[in-house]
Structures are given as structure tokens and as C-alpha cells.
Design a protein around this ligand. Sequence first.
Ligand code: DSN
Length: 403
Amino acid sequence: MDKILKDALINENKRQNEGLELIASENFVTKEIRSLQGSIVTNKYAEGYPGRRYYGGCEYIDIMESRAIELACKLFNAKYANVQPHSGSSANMIVYYALLDTGDKILSLSLDEGGHLTHGSPVSFSSRYYDIAHYNLGEDEKLDYEAIREVALKERPKLLLAGFSSYPYKTDYKKFREIADEVGAYLLVDMAHIAGLVAGGVHENPVDYAHVVTSTTHKTLRGPRGGLILTNDEDIANKINKATFPALQGGPLEHVIAAKAQCFYEASQSEFRDYAKQVVKNTKAAADEFAKLDAIVSGTDTHLFLLNTKATYGISGKDAEDLLGEVNITLNKNMLPNDKERSSVTSGVRIGFAALTTRGLKEDGAKKVAQIIHNYLSKTVDIKKTKEAVSQLTNELKQVEQL
Ligand code: DSN
């Protein structure tokens, strides 16, 4: 192996083991997932779908992709799954392409308030090709369904979008579907962040309500990096398959699809349900601990919460991210609802507990994480002692290569 790459790989493994990983969209996969994703399956071209490929020699690839589809459908109680999207962004693009014409209206939550780039951000393809309208969070920073209904009645979108990147509370999909039906819109739920909580039975399944559900497989779901689209509607499923290939993608990443199948298999085991429950318990324990320490934090019933670093410690989210990076705590700056700062600065950070839960963290450890961050950012404990505390905690966790 190229020496530069080898050294970087060794150092990245060390970084993952020696740090507290709090990025809400990250996780640690099993060695089975890693070995499928890093396998010889990457050698194969397989444009098309199982049983109807544009290349020969796809008999084993078909078994893997069919298994991924079967397991995804079973896990999320869906009739149809497309496991080929290369990412969550691609999955959303595919759904728009399948169901909308350019210029059609999408109604979503803005990125600033917890949405996603592909939900209509000015810097995303989505705002160039579609007419974007946004609903807002209520004063309590939660979804206000009556206000969403009013905006939907005014804007008459063709597609209503629920599903968020930094919204810390549960979503009422039934209410979203009622609004979509009232205005004659498709309901798309992007469950990328909470897919593992849905699979683990701690959050409601949006597939029961939405026309289409998109997801990534690598966040709380703890699979390889990639996308997924689910639906119960045969006509929509056909449109999505055509939009995926040949419209928007070429050869599927079958090595990743094989690893997705293993991810769906793992997520259907009882240990995964325990993990999903523990993720929510850990996140709540840490958020409650911050509140006890008088920090300004959101509540949570997911895998993440928002910490207002500006109001609590007088520093931007960017400065908090940089400072915590110095003591091996990794998280990301994040806009808060009604944030006055730019997205490259922000007034706060997003904190998630899926990855550390995978490493075996329990509520006591989650509280300790909150104390370490609070003490460091409020300058009551210095850098040396903070690093020692982080090191002590990470030594007690499972090592990343052994997961
Ligand atoms: N970038 C992802 C996140 O961190 O939430 C969403 O795609």
C-alpha cells in the first residue's frame, strides 16, 4: 500500500479510538460490513436490476442485491426498496426526478432550522431546479403542525418534505400525511438521521405514512455509507427505479449494496433494538446533564441535541468545535433555530450519541461527556486535565477495530 495512505489509515484508526465521536451522523460499522464493503465485489459492473442487467456474470451480484432489497423491505415493512442510491443526497435527487417536473414546488424545513441541503438550500441543486418554500419551527423550536398546514394551503406544494438533520424531537408523520393529502402533495420523509431508531423500534415508522421514504444507511442505522429509497406504491417504485438507473446513476456500487444487506440483517437482530434504546437514553442523559449545569440546550427524544455555545460560553459554534477538537472531542458547529450567525460560524453545536453508544457507552458515561465538554468550554478545567479525562473515558470503551 502507498505509504502516505497507509500512515493516514493507521492514524485515522488511532483518531477514531482515542477520540469521543459526537458527530450525530456518524457511527462505527461491524467488521462484517467492512469486509463486504472492502471486498472483490467492487470489481463488478451491474447496471440494471436483479434479473435484468446490462452485463453478464451478475448471478452472485443478483443474490446480494436481491437480499439487500428483501431485508430492507422486511426491516422497514415496505413493499419496494431501491438500494442503489450512492448517498442520501442522491436518494433525494432521484425522488424529485421521479415525481416532479422542474419548477414544481417543494415545501420543507430550511437547513437553518434543521433541514438538509437537498431540501432546497440556495447552494444545492434542489433550489436551482425546483421552486422551494419553507415552513418554520414554532416558538418552542418544535414542529407546529397547524402552521405547517397553513403554509401548505397557501403554497400548494407538489411535494411536502419531512425529515431533518438537526431536529432533536420526534415527528408526527400521520399529521404530515394529513396535510399532504389535504393539499394533494406527495409526502416524502427523509429519515436519514433516525433510520436506526425506526429499525430499532424506538421511533414510529414513516413508511406507514409517507408516499416515499429516503434514507442513508450509515448514520444511526450503522451500515456502510450509502442511500436507500422505500415505498409501498408500485407506480412510484417503478418511477424511482427508472430515475435511479438509467436517468441519474450508472453502475451500482454492489460492494456497498452487499454491505447494506448485512446492515439490514444486523438491524433486524434483538441487540440492535437494545442499541437503539440506549442511543436515546444516552442522548437524553447528556442533554439533561448540560441543563443541570445551566447550559442552554434543546431537549431531545432522538440521538441528538443542540447546545447553544454562544449563550452558554460566549463562543461561536465554530470556536467550540475547534476547541473541542484540541482535546479529541469531535462534533460539528450547527445553526440553531433563528441563528443570527452564518453557517460557517453558527451559535451552537450539534451533539449526537449513536457512535459512542456503539462503543458501549451508557448513561453514566454520557453524563461524563457532558461534564467534560462543559468544564472545558467554561474554562474550569484546563486542556491537560481535559485530555486525561477524554483518554480515561475512551480507554473504557470498545476499540473501533474490534467492533
Ligand atoms: N451531512 C449529514 C449530517 O451530518 O447530518 C447530512 O447529510
